[in-house]
Design a protein around this ligand. Sequence first.
Ligand code: ZN
Length: 180
Amino acid sequence: MDILIYPHDILLTRAEPVKTIDGSLQEFIDAMIARMYRARGIGLAANQVGSLRQLLVMDCRQEEGKPPSPVVLINPVISACEGSEVQEEGCLSVPDFTATVKRPSEVEVKGFDRHGREVVMQAGGIEARCLQHEIDHLNGICFVDRLGPVKKALFRKKWAKLRAAAARKAQSAAREGRRQ
Ligand code: ZN
């Protein structure tokens, strides 16, 4: 399961609601959770792994030595929000780049858990931010799309350099690979 890199088409496309919760969806959810932890992320939206399904996984309470407690949300919708907060954000699909983004500080999200039970989540702090970031993904929006014009111009410049450096690294790794 690969994590797509911005600006992949699937990252810019709105995901479709999940209609059936079956065994193959459960397997997909488990794979997403494993992928999130492996990438050391706190949240992952299905678009980011190439699937246009309204589905996200997150875990903002990871602690060394404690059993993980991932949250799974299917067809999540923000039903209320309050306050406003500026915080630094990063994204597994935009590696090596962070920027501050203004968002509501508290949200209520309605959706379904992996067993199809209706859930209402009230969240603040990092959890509220993570929920909004992942739900943005499901709507085809990356956090860099939310930057103002000046910050966005800076991002574009920096991102072009970062991608060029990543491409060079991949090329030389491929050459090394051929030699061995
Ligand atoms: Zn992200």
